[in-house]
Ligand binder design. Structure first.
Ligand SMILES: [Mg+2]
Length: 187
């Protein structure tokens, strides 16, 4: 790696930077869905790991009998409501940071290595989570659930964003850290 080709490190949140961050995230998806559509849903049957929040919401609604058009119509409002609820309710998550993560991030930041989030979380949920975990200040940007249809699309967005900000060159090494097969596929 040449000195003028700065690296870019991209991180998934759940299961990678932190784990067992509590039921609040799932709860706000269910509650926002009920508040917007009146439908009672659950995330219990859904393998949420590695999924994007919008896909989780769509799955919940499908299981509750909603049509594709109803899901599409309701989605923007559900997404907005879920984020509003989560930012109000997110607990202190400092004890949920995975072992070694805090020190690793600290060292990278000290070496001015640019880091971003690539996560299936909705934007304000993702930022709130890392902020309440006390690690948000390490990340300069992110790509979040609303911005693409899968993780590979989110990675592309993150890289394009870093490039347009002049943070990386075409020769910069880029790495994606994740805990799920979907992260590997995206990488
Ligand atoms: Mg994950």
């Amino acid at each position: 790696m040449a000195a003028d080709d700065p690296p870019l490190l991209l991180f998934d949140i759940d299961g990678t930077l932190m784990r067992k961050s509590g039921p609040h995230h799932r709860e706000v998806l269910v509650e926002a869905t009920r508040s917007v559509t009146g439908l009672l849903t659950t995330t219990e049957q859904i393998p949420v790991q590695g999924m994007l929040d919008r896909d989780i919401i769509a799955w919940m609604l499908r299981d509750a009998g909603a049509s594709a058009s109803r899901i599409k119509t309701a989605m923007p409002e559900i997404v907005e409501k879920a984020q509003r609820l989560y930012t109000r309710r997110c607990p202190d998550l400092r004890s949920k940071v995975c072992p070694g993560v805090r020190m690793a991030l600290h060292r990278m930041t000290r070496r001015s290595i640019r880091k971003g989030l690539v996560t299936g979380n909705l934007t304000r949920i993702g930022w709130k989570k890392v902020d309440r975990a006390g690690i948000g200040h390490h990340f300069v940007f992110g790509a979040f659930a609303q911005e693409g249809h899968n993780r590979a699309a989110l990675v592309r967005i993150a890289i394009a964003r870093a490039r347009s900000n002049g943070w990386i060159t075409r020769h910069s090494p880029i790495a994606l850290f994740g805990d799920h097969e979907n992260d590997i596929l995206a990488a």
